[in-house]
Structure formats: C-alpha cells, structure tokens
Write a protein that binds this ligand. Structure first.
Ligand SMILES: Nc1ncnc2c1ncn2[C@@H]1O[C@H](COP(=O)(O)OP(=O)(O)OP(=O)(O)O)[C@@H](O)[C@H]1O
Length: 749
C-alpha cells in the first residue's frame, strides 16, 4: 500500500457469501453535523457509500489522503446535510411495506453518546424521526381497510437491565419471558395499545419519551440513558374464501424501532456514581450486542444472546426471522474520533450478518397455548351440538318402517361408534399434548446446555465458534502434557502439584463442555424425531375427526328426531366432561413448566451471585492485606451495599459511615436450594412442588454438569472463604424414549 492510499475495509467482495433465502443486514452510517463548539473535523463522507477517518486533523481537499487514514464502505452513508426524510426513505420505508406483508423488521440506531441516534429515531415535532414516519406510513396503508387490519404498539425502556413500560411507566419493572427454546420472547405485562390515529400516536410517543430516563452528561445535554424499543405489530386478516368470512388467513408482521443508549467512556463524559454505574449496564448490554455481532459475522454456530436483555430482545433481529437495518451514528469531530472508529468497526462487522425473514402465519403457534386451543375447540363443539339439537332435520321415510327393536339396535350401534370415535380423538389429542410437553422439556434441556456452554465461554474468554474441535485439541494437548511429564519423571519448578490440579481442572472443564455439545446435538436429533411423530399423530387425528363428521351426518337417515337429540345430548355431556378435565390438566402443566423455568432462572442467578461473592471477597482480601485506602466512589458503593444488607434483613438503619467493610457472605451465603417441605404430620419431608411426581415426564432441573464446568475453575484460598456447595437437584429423567408404534397404533382408528 502506498502512503497516499487510505486502507479500506468492508468491500462487498470481502464479505462471506449470503445463503439462499437469507439476506444481509443493511448497514447505514449517518454523520451528524459538526457543532459550533467542536473545532476539528476528522471524519467525512467520501460519497454515498464510503466514510473516511483521518489519522489526524487536516483538510482532505488541501492535503490529500494519507495511508494511515482509514476508509470504510457501507450500504449507504448519509452525510452531515442529510435530511430526516431521506434517511427514512432509504432505510425504513421498504421495511414498513414488508411488515404490512407479514414480515418482521427491525431498525436500530447504534453509536456513541451524542452521535445523533435519538435525532434519527425520534426527532422533534419539526423534524420527526423514523418512529413517527414509519407509524404514519403504516396507518396510511391500513386506513382504507381498517376492518382487515389491526395495529398495536408498545414502547419500552431498558435501563440498567430493567424493563419499564414507557406507555405505562407506573407499572414498575417488567419481566422478560421466552419459551423454553429461547423463542417467542415477550415482556410480561407490557401494554399493547391499539390505534390507527397519528395524533394519538404522537401523544403516546411524546408521553413515552418524557418517561424515558434522560440525563445530561458532558457529551450530550439530553443523553438517553436507556435503550428505547418501539414495537408495532400489524395483523392482516385475509378471507381465504370470499363467501366464507369465518375462514381467515392471518399474516402478522412486527416492526421494532430501537434507539440504543450511547456507549460512553467515563473519562470523557465525566460520569460519577450512579451515572458511572448505569454506564456499566449500558456498556454491558452493548458489549453483549457487540459479542453477538462478532459471533454472527464470523459465522459461529451458536450465538450467546443470553448475556443481556437487549440481545435477548434483539435475537430475531440479529440472527433470525427478520429484515434488519442498522443505522450507525458518528460524529465528525476529532474529539470523538475513537468512538466513531469503534462504531464503524462494529458497523462493518454487522454488514457480514445475514438473517432469514419469512412471512409469519399465525396458525403456526402451538405449544402451551395448544391446551387452551383444544378446550376452546371442545366448547365450540358443545355449542354446535346444542344448536343442532334445536334443529329439526328432515327424516328418511324408512325410519318409520323400522320396528322398535331394530331402531334401538341402530341407536345403540351409532352411539357406540360416535363415543368410540370421540374417545380415540381424545387419546390422539392427549398424545399430541404429551409430545408438546416433551418437546418443551427438550427445549429447556437444550437451554441448559447453552447456559453451560456460555458460562464456560465467559469464564474462559472464548467464543462459541471455538467449539468441539478446538476444545478437543486443547484437552488432548493438556492430557499429552500430563502423560509426558509423568512418564519422564520430569518436575520443573513451575510444574508442581497445583499446576497439575489446574491442568486437571481445565481438562475436566473442557471434557464437560464437549459433553454439553454432544448432549445438545442429541437433543436436537430427539427434537426432530418427536416433531415427526407429532405430524403423524396430527394426520391420524384429522382422519378420526372426519369419521365423526360422517357418523353425525348419518343420524337423520337412521334415527328419529328424539333419538338423534338423545345422542347429541350424550355427545354434549361427553365433550363437557373432557373440556373440564383438560382445563384442570392444562392448568397443572402450565404451572409445572413455570416452576421448572423459575428453577432454572434461580439456578443461574445463584451461580452469578456465587461468582460475584468470590470476586468481591478476593478483592477485599487484597484491600485489607495491602491496607489500601478505598477511593470515595467505591466507599460509597460499599455503603450502598451495607444499606442493602440492612434493608434485606430488616435490622436498624446502618450508621452513616463505618470503617469496617460490610460482610459479604454473611447474608447471601445460602445457596439456592429448593428445600423439601416438612410434612404436617412430622413424618419427614414431602416432595417440593415442581418435582411432584407426574405423568407428563417433564425433565427436572439438574446442575451437576453445571458444577463440573463452572464450579472448579477458580482456585479458592481454603483458609479464607468457603463457598457453599451448589445444591444438587434430582437428576434429569434423561431423554425419553419415543412412544413406540404400539402406543401409537393403540390409538389407530
Ligand atoms: N443529523 C442531525 N442534524 C441536526 N442535529 C443533530 C443531528 N444529529 C444529532 N443532532 C443534535 O445533536 C445532539 C445530540 O444528538 P442525540 O441526542 O440524538 O444523540 P444520541 O446519539 O441519541 O446521544 P445519547 O446516546 O447520549 O442519547 C442533539 O442536540 C441533536 O439535536
């Protein structure tokens, strides 16, 4: 490279090819205008696709470019003079069209504090940003056909890893929920407002933005301290058959518009205390986002979305069923050159990410709600049968010719056939539920393996893509080292017992991680097999249903009105009983799943808590041994911590300042353990609620492999602290045998 040629990155040819059906995440860069108080300019838009960062402040036009300057290419670059309309038209207007057609879309603003993210996403009443413009376009499109469309919106803030409803800020912190496979992420209790009025939306957005946590920092007078996520869901119901308005196909598209908080460095923003702490949270979620972008752009097989709520919420937008646009924001100022460079490097990586968007049809949703669906079907069926009892259908003339005996035989025969068909239907439905429940269990087990892998990675600072092969190579290497040194009788000064222990631990940890990968692969195979079985049972159920319809249609040709009514009444009763039974069972199942999920969450928090304790205790030992003087902000944090301990134990308010550091493990040293409850007759412990014996065969949470991977990595100074051992919950019931054909054929019709 000659000194006059700036180095460049991100040309299309250097990017990995996009697979069929996938499309690349679109990356745009917007440069905000230089402010009056900013002196030097170090960043320019060369043209509509290229940005250049100069190594030092100088005039590009006068001096030409140097080899140390860095050039970046993107899908589109908006210069300082770009307008809100232009940015919206190029980045988001086509996403809006896609969302109206049933796709998911996400547009998110990324960049350092003060770089212009909120300006682009929210704007002001004179220069409205993407959020308002997108909603306007959606409303415009649905206005002509309001009865076919429904539009709902929600607006949330993620601040210090806590979720708040910006449309109903008084509702407190909300919980993030997902199904066992980490899909279908939802915020429990978030308001979904249904509207198609632009004015109403403006009011709602303004209200929401006012509720957002905004504080001045040295870099931005109105710095958004939180990530803000506006979600708009459009449902489009299209009649399948123009003459039958009850049969609808429903397409659902969702547009996420996200204004991320800025990443900042404490020294530039002069943040202290609370600001510094929240900066840590902002950075943590942005770091997690960066890690996901790194992993995805490198083609990693598994991506860890679980490190922050932000990445969990953005999971689909980054690697799933979504068309995604990232607008990276940079300041032209030399003062923010480092931040701009970081942003451009991230944006450049993001340009390698591909997603696979598919039209969402609602009839795919099954799982837990399936129980409710079956009950609803049964109740509908009862209504239909009751309606039929009121009808007087024309009878065949032959009926009167039959004698009483013949008629009663016919009635009995038909009744038996109808009840049999119904029983078979219910058996098949039950089997389907069992399959669903098992699939949920498998999903949870997969989640647990992901958890083990991601913990191992974060402890060892390695990426997912360093998976089985590399890990296997390392394990073999450390084994070889051991064998060699032992057979030679070789002992160097550094090769003492503790080193062997470390190698042992490393090898053990890596063996466990390999085991986790293997289990994950087994689980995936199991999931496939069970899904196939589900399809098979579904088909049988359909055949059985049709048989029921045929039998029912026969009734008027063989029975009198009274006989038919009697049979219909019996069918109603059978349906009612089934519906009640199912309601009870589904409630129980849902509760059990919820308890298992909580067990997992608690287990995870418990791990994090133990690690934090370990770190803090070691640091405190260093402080106390070295008689170091605490910096005031750390002292302040210790004070807060002490208050927290007192608050949680309901003791007296602590004195304002204390020379002694608060005890770390005194309060929180109890590990998570689901304790058996003593039975009232004192005869001993009764089983805990989530592990009640049940006939659903749901897997229980176990953690011995979590222990293997996460428990021994830090060497604990034995004299100083004793970490409580992890509770070991009962072992998992193992992967269940697929129901054999006998069981399936028993339900054959
Ligand atoms: N393209 C632009 N044109 C005019 N003014 C802009 C533009 N971009 C940003 N600004 C102004 O720069 C200031 C900082 O912008 P903004 O608040 O949008 O930054 P931000 O990236 O959202 O910062 P933070 O992460 O701290 O919230 C605001 O006063 C905003 O009006």
């Amino acid at each position: 490279m000659t000194p006059e040629t700036p180095s460049s990155s991100g040309s299309d040819s250097s990017r990995p090819p996009v697979k069929t059906g996938e499309e690349r995440l679109m990356v745009a860069v917007r440069i905000r205008p230089l402010k009056a108080d900013e002196l030097g300019r170090c960043l320019y838009a060369l043209n509509k696709k290229n940005v250049i960062i100069e190594d030092s402040e100088k005039s590009v036009r006068n001096q030409g470019r140097r080899g140390t300057d860095k050039q970046y290419s993107f899908d589109v670059v908006f210069g300082e003079e770009s307008t809100q309309e232009e940015v919206y038209a190029v980045t988001t207007s086509s996403l809006v069209k896609d969302v109206l057609n049933g796709y998911n879309g996400t547009v998110f603003a990324y960049g350092a504090t003060g770089a212009g993210k909120t300006h682009t996403m929210v704007g002001d009443p004179h220069k409205p940003g993407i959020m308002v413009r997108a909603l306007n376009d959606i409303f415009q499109a649905v206005r002509e056909n309001e009865d076919e469309y429904s539009v709902t919106m929600s607006y949330l803030e993620l601040y210090n890893e806590q979720i708040r409803d910006l449309l109903n800020p008084s509702s407190g912190y909300l919980e993030l929920r997902e199904d066992s496979r980490g899909r279908n992420i939802q915020v429990a209790g978030l308001s979904e407002i249904s509207t198609t009025s632009t004015e109403e939306v403006m009011t709602l957005l303004q209200k929401g933005n006012k509720a957002r946590t905004v504080e001045p920092t040295a870099m931005n007078k109105t710095s958004s301290r939180s990530h803000a996520l506006l979600s708009v869901t459009v449902r489009h119901a299209i009649p399948i058959d123009k003459t039958d308005h009850l049969r609808m196909k429903v397409k659902q598209g969702r547009l996420f518009m996200i204004d991320l908080a800025g990443s900042e460095r404490a020294n530039k923003t002069k943040n202290r205390g609370k600001r510094l702490q929240e900066g840590g949270h902002i950075n943590r979620s942005l770091l997690a986002l960066g890690n996901c972008i790194n992993a995805l752009s490198g083609g990693a097989r598994y991506v860890n979305y679980r490190d922050s709520k932000l990445t969990r919420l953005l999971k689909d937008a980054l690697g799933g069923n979504c068309k995604t646009v990232m607008i990276a924001h940079v300041s032209p100022s030399c003062f923010q050159k480092d931040e701009s460079k970081n942003t451009l490097v991230y944006a450049d990586r993001a340009n390698n990410i591909s997603t696979k968007a598919e039209i969402n049809s609602l009839d795919v949703s099954y799982h837990v709600s399936q129980y409710q669906n079956v009950i609803t079907e049964l109740r509908d069926e009862i209504n239909r049968l009751q309606q039929k009892m009121k009808e007087d259908r024309p009878r065949s003339a032959d009926i009167n010719k039959m004698n009483v005996e013949e008629r009663s035989r016919e009635v009995r025969n038909l009744r038996e056939q109808i009840v049999d068909t119904f029983k078979t239907q219910m058996k098949l439905r039950r089997k389907l539920m069992e399959i669903d429940s098992h699939l949920l269990g498998l999903g949870m087990e997969a989640e647990r393996q992901h958890l083990i892998i991601s913990h191992w990675e974060s402890r060892n600072n390695k990426l997912y893509k360093n998976s089985v092969n590399e890990s296997r190579a390392r394990t073999q290497q450390s084994m070889r080292r051991r064998i060699l040194s032992t057979s030679d009788g070789f002992r160097s000064a550094g090769n003492d017992e503790s080193n062997y222990d470390e190698i042992d631990e490393e090898a053990e940890g890596e063996a466990a991680i390999q085991q986790a990968w293997r289990e994950l692969a087994d689980i995936e195979r199991e999931q496939e097999r069970w899904s196939e079985l589900k399809t098979h049972i579904d088909q049988k159920l359909e055949i059985c249903r049709q048989r029921g319809v045929v039998l029912e249609d026969k009734l008027p040709s063989l029975l009198s009105s009274d006989d038919e009514r009697e049979i219909l009444a019996l069918m109603c009763r059978v349906h009612e009983l089934e519906a009640d039974k199912m309601a009870l069972q589904s409630e129980r199942l849902i509760r059990q799943h919820e308890l298992r999920r909580r067990d997992l969450t608690i287990l995870r928090y418990d791990r994090q808590r133990q690690l934090s304790e370990e770190i803090i205790t070691r640091q405190r030992k260093l402080i106390e041994d070295g008689k170091l003087k605490l910096p005031p902000d750390l002292q302040e944090l210790y004070l807060l911590y002490q208050q927290e301990i007192h608050a949680s134990t309901y003791t007296d308010t602590p004195s304002e300042k204390s020379d002694k550091l608060p005890p770390i493990t005194k309060i929180y040293s109890e590990p998570f353990i689901r304790r058996p409850v003593e039975s009232s007759d004192g005869s001993g412990p009764s089983p805990p609620s989530s592990e009640e014996s049940d006939d659903t065969g749901l897997p229980t949470v176990r953690d011995n492999s979590v222990d293997r991977v996460m428990g021994h990595i830090i060497n604990r100074p034995a004299h100083f602290m004793k970490l409580p051992p992890l509770s070991s919950s009962p072992p998992i019931t193992g992967l269940r045998k697929i129901p054999d054909e006998d069981a399936a054929s028993a339900t054959d019709t």
